[in-house]
Design a protein around this ligand. Structure first.
Ligand SMILES: Nc1ncnc2c1ncn2[C@@H]1O[C@H](COP(=O)(O)OP(=O)(O)OP(=O)(O)O)[C@@H](O)[C@H]1O
Length: 908
């Protein structure tokens, strides 16, 4: 058995064409395809020349086959043996069939999705495989519309706890789901206008479905990509949109295409070998598909147009690149009309045999592996009550009761399709849910590993006739579009998209380990210990690769290990490091050659007159080996031409050395051995020299790095110091500000307090004043009463005075009544009356007058005394608080008294 057939995967390499308008060779093309070996029509080997670094090793890789840039979708379809895979699944010769896996692997933007799902005008391997399957099944295919119990019976015999739908009910549900637009979370629309995030102008690229249009660069485009780099590799993150994106016909059509429709069934058993040699047949295929050769990298596969319709964050100029839109931002759901699906390449001439004694059913399911979890793409997300976000439930990859020996994705939604169109529409619906985002490397970059499963169920015909439903068996073709590895720097991803990229790269790393282990195992005849349980992706890809060893297997039907094909895609003008890494772990064989400059060894070698052809064989896929000197292309000297190393067709690489002149082996064996030894010594010493130089340069680089590290540490310390000082200064400045503010506040508070107390004192004073004035008023009232009394007394006395004066004036000395007889006022009055009524004798008149005078004086004296008393009592009453008022009154009284006194004196 040859080594290639022992591999778990056949590995093909497909090179992506350069961006349209780019001239090959202008950019740094680092990958060269070796000419096919004489016994092979197609190339199998490539050489990887590190750009701009002649000291790096030149690596050679072997693949099952290499597809150059001009290979069409049909070439890839034929030569990768998809038809073989389909045949294995249909099992025309009876039995359960063989599961098949077809996957693409590569750096982001290298053309994986293009290969698997095609472009707007070219179908991908998925559509072609589906076409062949439906065409091949023909009349043996059952449809839910004609077999109402089909759905039920498939569901009953499905081992994976799946929910089975008929295509018509599923599509009606999906396309009639009015809530879908608001919740579809994975794909946002691509705007018609594409803006370069680094340029100030709009950059519009429209596709009208014609390849030529796509391939012609606009003047602006040519300006942006003058050196031939593809857009997808451009750091300018240009988004490519298609005109049809904005004019996608309304769906569903008025007459649903799936109702009562059966696809045209091609003739049976027209089987074409997928392994077309590169002879006339290959040429014919190339001629047939020559129209598709102009595919440029600007084309989108037709599903990608859906993706672009719902393109996410990075396509919006104002959105941070790579970020996903929320569900609410997703506009209406627009899916393609089946007539809008591309029809080319045409595989109507192809079909494979199916088992004529069996009836078949095609069941489709889709899921994606995102962040190492499996999500069903055909089950709509459910709105979470807590977060109000649409979420999908992750599914388990496990053994179920019905499949104890085999792990399956449990709980998927599966759709029974009766025609190619139905299958394409289900595929479209599933892709609609798949996560994509625009990154700096690819405008429609897959952010998850997408799995498209076509289960071909099979059972013996006529089992229903006897009322017994035989359970369905069968196999599946799984088509996988892996997410691309990417470098965050190039992809310019951030946030969630960056985290996604981390998970993608991690799962691809595990996949790489598995692939490397399998190639090591094949090359070294070691047991196949592939560590595929490290992540979901590798589990899904590898767990069916091995024959079942479970104890259950005896009681269950035997399953063949799956047949697997991996198509590695690479852009020869893309990122060298990322591409070489993928090639390293995916290649079936690898050889590393240390480059050397022609030296004295060559001279020795050229002087060797003759040497027998020598064959050296070395295992490949092992850690880098240093083989015989390899003369890089372009190096001078005959030896470069003489020793052109080639990788053999087998994964085991062999190097054959032959003399250009084809001269016969030397007669002297010893001499030949010595020459070979000399060659080897020379080579080894050159290698030693090279390694010494490499070591020296590495050491110098290390010193440089260390000194750089030290200076960086110093710089860090300085920076830290500066930052600390800045912090202190800032702290002090703020403290100062705070203190000033505190002081100002304090001042304000104090003023407020003073004002407050001032107001309180004022109120208190007003209270005191109010009480004082009340007292004063009372005193005044009392004084007024006294004054009134005094005034009355004065008035009375004045009257008395007047009376007395009148009496004095009117009275003759003889008739005058002596004053002493009037002891009191009353007696005065009565005396006056009595004097008027009884006159006295004249002899006593003088004496009486003198007495009267004395009486009057005494009386006046008494009055004066009574005034003093009044004054004293007034002073007593007024108290200490109003002495001035008392004094004033006293002075007033005194004035009155003296006025009265004057009056009295005037009287005398
Ligand atoms: N063989 C090809 N012929 C023409 N165009 C191609 C080819 N391969 C890739 N392209 C173009 O290159 C661009 C990127 O390709 P694609 O989306 O398939 O990359 P990818 O590897 O799937 O990227 P990712 O991993 O980010 O999803 C697309 O515009 C596609 O049309």
């Amino acid at each position: 058995m040859d080594r290639e057939s022992q591999s778990l995967f056949q590995v093909f390499l497909r090179l992506r064409p350069a961006a349209s308008g780019a001239s090959v060779g202008v950019g740094d093309r680092f990958l060269a395809v070796e000419d096919p070996e004489p016994d092979h029509s197609a190339p199998k080997h490539i050489t990887l020349n590190p750009p701009n670094d002649r000291r790096r090793a030149i690596e050679k890789f072997a693949f099952t086959q290499v597809f150059e840039e001009d290979a069409s979708q049909l070439d890839v379809f034929h030569c990768t043996g998809v038809v073989n895979l389909v045949e294995g699944v249909l099992a025309p010769r009876g039995g359960e069939g063989t599961d098949a896996l077809l996957a693409t692997l590569g750096v982001t933007g290298s053309g994986k999705t293009h290969t698997i799902l095609g472009s707007r005008s070219q179908r991908g391997l998925t559509q072609l495989a589906l076409d062949v399957i439906f065409r091949s099944l023909g009349q043996n295919l059952l449809d839910c519309s004609s077999n109402p119990t089909l759905e039920h019976t498939i569901s009953a015999s499905d081992p994976s706890e799946a929910t089975v739908f008929s295509a018509s009910s599923f599509l009606e549900n999906v396309y009639g789901d009015m809530a879908a637009p608001s919740r579809a979370s994975s794909r946002a629309p691509t705007p018609m206008i594409v803006r370069s995030s680094h340029s100030s102008f709009d950059f519009d690229i429209y596709s009208d479905g014609e390849d030529d249009h796509l391939n012609k660069p606009t003047p602006r485009q040519a300006q942006i990509y003058p050196t031939g780099h593809s857009q997808t590799n451009s750091p300018k993150s240009v988004r490519v949109v298609c005109r049809e994106d904005s004019v996608v016909p309304q769906f569903p059509p008025k007459t649903p295409l799936w109702r009562g429709q059966r696809h045209h069934l091609g003739d049976q058993a027209v089987f074409s070998s997928p392994s077309l040699p590169r002879g006339p047949q290959y040429q014919r295929v190339q001629q047939l598909t020559s129209h598709s050769k102009g595919q440029g990298p600007l084309k989108k596969h037709f599903m990608a147009s859906t993706a672009s319709i719902r393109q996410k964050a990075a396509t919006k100029p104002d959105q941070p690149q790579g970020e996903s839109f929320g569900p609410s931002q997703t506009p209406s759901r627009r899916l393609h009309r089946t007539s809008a699906f591309p029809q080319q390449p045409d595989v109507s001439a192809l079909s494979v045999s199916c088992d004529p004694s069996c009836e078949y059913a095609v069941v489709i399911s889709m899921y994606e592996v995102y962040n190492d979890r499996i999500f069903d793409l055909l089950t709509p997300p459910v709105k979470s009550a807590a977060t109000k976000e649409y979420r999908r439930r992750p599914l388990l990859f496990k053994s179920t009761e019905s499949s104890p020996d085999r792990k399956l994705v449990a709980g998927l939604r599966k759709v029974v399709c009766g025609s190619l169109n139905q299958a394409l529409m289900v595929l479209e619906a599933g892709l609609h849910e798949r996560r994509v985002a625009g990154t700096g490397s690819n405008s429609v970059s897959s952010r998850s590993h997408g799995f498209f499963c076509v289960e071909v169920k099979k059972r013996a015909k006529g089992s229903r006739r006897h009322g017994l439903e035989t359970p369905w068996g069968g196999s599946a073709l799984t088509i996988v579009d892996l997410a691309g590895s990417e470098r965050a720097r190039d992809a310019k991803t951030a946030g969630a998209t960056l985290a996604e990229a981390g998970k993608i790269n991690e799962s691809l790393m595990y996949l790489g380990q598995c692939l490397q282990m399998q190639s090591d195992a094949v090359n070294k005849d070691k047991p196949n210990l592939v560590p595929f349980r490290q992540c979901k992706l590798t589990e899904l890809l590898f767990s069916n690769c091995f024959p079942s060893t479970s104890s259950y297997s005896s009681s269950h039907r035997h399953r063949n290990p799956q047949k697997a094909v991996m198509i590695v895609t690479a852009d020869p003008l893309g990122d060298f490091n990322a591409t070489s890494q993928i090639l390293r772990y995916s290649a079936l064989a690898r050889e590393v050659t240390v480059p050397r400059i022609p030296s004295i060894t060559q001279t020795i070698l050229t002087n060797v007159a003759s040497s027998p052809p020598q064959q050296f064989s070395s295992p490949v896929g092992s850690p880098p080996l240093h083989h015989r000197p390899f003369f890089p292309p372009g190096s001078t000297g005959t030896s470069a031409n003489s020793y052109s190393p080639t990788l053999s067709s087998s994964p085991n690489i062999e190097r054959t050395f032959s003399h250009p002149n084809g001269s016969s082996p030397g007669s002297d064996m010893h001499r030949a051995t010595m020459e070979v030894a000399a060659m080897e010594i020379s080579r080894l010493s050159e290698e030693v020299e090279y390694l010494r130089q490499a070591f020296e340069s590495e050491r110098a680089a290390r010193y440089e790095a260390e000194s750089h590290l030290l200076s960086m540490e110093d710089r860090m310390m300085e920076l830290e110091q500066a930052i600390r000082e800045d912090c202190v200064a800032e702290f002090e400045r703020r403290l100062e500000i705070e203190m000033a503010r505190w002081r100002a506040n304090m001042q304000v508070e104090m003023e407020r307090g003073e004002e407050h107390w001032g107001r309180k004192i004022e109120v208190f004073e007003r209270g005191i004043m109010a009480s004082t004035s009340a007292d004063t008023e009372e005193e005044e009232n009392k004084e007024n009463v006294l004054m009134e009394d005094i005034n009355q007394e004065n008035e009375r006395l004045r009257r008395d005075n007047d009376i007395l004066r009148r009496e004095l004036a009117c009275m003759s000395p003889t008739k005058r009544v002596p004053l002493q007889e009037r002891g009191s006022d009353l007696s005065l009055a009565t005396g006056a009356e009595s004097r008027t009524s009884s006159p006295k004798p004249a002899r006593n008149n003088k004496q009486n007058a003198a007495t009267d005078e004395n009486n009057l004086r005494k009386k006046l004296e008494r009055l004066r005394v009574s005034d003093d008393n009044l004054q004293a009592s007034a002073a007593r009453n007024s108290g200490s608080l109003a002495p001035s008022v008392g004094a004033k009154k006293v002075r007033k009284l005194a004035t009155k008294r003296w006025d009265s006194g004057m009056d009295d004196e005037d009287l005398f």
